[in-house]
Design a protein around this ligand. Structure first.
Ligand SMILES: Cc1ncc(COP(=O)(O)O)c(C=O)c1O
Length: 383
């Protein structure tokens, strides 16, 4: 028993992780859930790997650096106006319209892009019918539409695990009110090729709404990708794009997201929203969207983290999907519940099941040093 306690003392705490050359900044900022290793863990070979004393969050596609310093300052300053009913989104809306070169009337701000997705789902379900979507994909819009009685026509990804536009086109029925696309997709972080996507969106939006969720837009660095913003800019109707301040800006808990569409649709979206923008989120987002250094830093760190996990996959011959976002999808060959339980035991939270890919794991990118720990644990468990 004494042996276990002294070993726990030796290994617990940031000191052990710091001893492995990991920056002290790792331990500042975001309140973390403590990691209390079990006796089983401490008696396993994993206990010898230097680790942090908190649970690593590799489960929710967050920005591990949190809001940028300028956003934090903006939040603190915003509190002074916390007692007032102000239109505190006006400047943010202007900024986004200028950044995307669209009229202000083409932008709406939601309580996270989650609210925009819910409104999209509501719009789709106002007339009885169906929504076509890839499978798997992000559940926000389709879940809401389904709750309101819309039939979901889920179109499986193709054999390369890519969104299958051809099959989606064929799946559209006369009663299909909306097609939902997520680019890059989630949980599979791959892209839809830009020319095929543009043709698809233009064709399908003639008769029904197309909703393109671009939550991970800022992470993409691939010439095969293009935002569909150009179509909104050109005045096309029946196209809604959503973006978020939750990902590259690290503002997930402050709930700021955007819709971009023709002014008629934006008016409709604004009428249907039930949430309201909070002043801390609005001011933080305004500061963060102008903070290019933080966005660059996040992208660089995300790339380093992905490199670590992808190198591990290469070394172990584990198939994975090349990521265009801040998470990866790896073929563990084991049921996700088993893998996530083993990871949790080692202090790492990873993604939930994404049927039918139960033997794949979605792993969100935490900080590079945290992903190095993940890779060491994964290798120790499954080599
Ligand atoms: C594809 C996609 N869309 C939208 C969201 C919702 O983000 P938020 O409501 O924080 O803007 C997420 C969150 O993980 C996502 O992965």
């Amino acid at each position: 028993m004494t042996g276990i306690i002294s070993r726990r003392k030796m290994l617990l705490g940031g000191a052990a992780f710091l001893g492995a050359g990991i920056s002290g900044s790792l331990l500042r900022g975001i309140p973390a859930t403590p990691f209390t290793p079990s006796v089983k863990f401490l008696n396993s070979a994993l206990a010898a790997i230097p680790r942090p004393d908190y649970m690593i969050r590799a489960s929710s596609n967050e920005n591990p650096y949190g809001p940028s310093q300028v956003a934090r300052e903006a939040i603190a300053e915003a509190l002074v106006d916390g007692n007032k009913y102000l239109n505190h989104g006006a400047e943010l809306l202007r900024h986004l319209a200028t950044q995307e070169n669209v009229p202000e009337e083409s932008v709406a701000i939601g309580s996270g892009s989650g609210e925009i997705l819910c409104v999209g789902g509501l719009m789709a379900s106002l007339s009885p019918g169906s929504v076509v979507c890839p499978d798997p994909t992000f559940g926000g819009l389709i879940g809401y539409a389904s709750d309101f009685g819309t039939e979901l026509i889920r179109v499986p990804v193709n054999s390369n695990m890519e969104t299958d536009l051809e099959a989606m086109y064929k799946a559209i029925r006369p009663d299909t009110s909306m097609v939902y696309l997520c680019n890059p997709n989630n949980p599979i972080p791959n892209l839809i090729e830009k020319n095929a996507l543009r043709d698809f969106v233009l064709e399908v939006s003639r008769d029904r709404m197309v909703f393109v969720d671009e939550a991970y837009h800022e992470f993409v660095d691939d010439p095969a990708y293009e935002s569909m913003m150009g179509l909104v800019r050109d005045g096309h109707r029946n196209i809604i794009i959503s973006r978020t301040a939750s990902k590259i800006h690290g503002l997930a808990a402050l709930r700021v997201g955007f819709a971009f569409a023709h002014p008629e649709h934006i008016a409709d979206i604004n009428n249907k929203m039930t949430g309201q923008l909070n002043i801390a989120g609005a001011r933080a987002a305004l500061a963060s969207y102008q903070d290019m250094a933080f966005q660059d830093y996040t992208r660089q760190q995300n790339r380093k983290a992905l490199d670590i996990v992808e190198a591990m996959c290469e070394e172990m011959a584990v198939p994975y999907i090349k990521s265009h976002a801040n998470f990866t999808f790896i073929h563990t060959g084991r049921d996700i519940d088993e893998v996530s339980a083993a990871m949790r035991e080692a202090g790492i939270l990873i993604g939930r099941p994404f049927p039918p890919f139960r033997d794949w794991a979605r792993v969100s990118m935490a900080k590079p040093e945290e992903m190095a720990y993940f890779a060491q644990v994964y290798k120790a468990l499954y080599s």
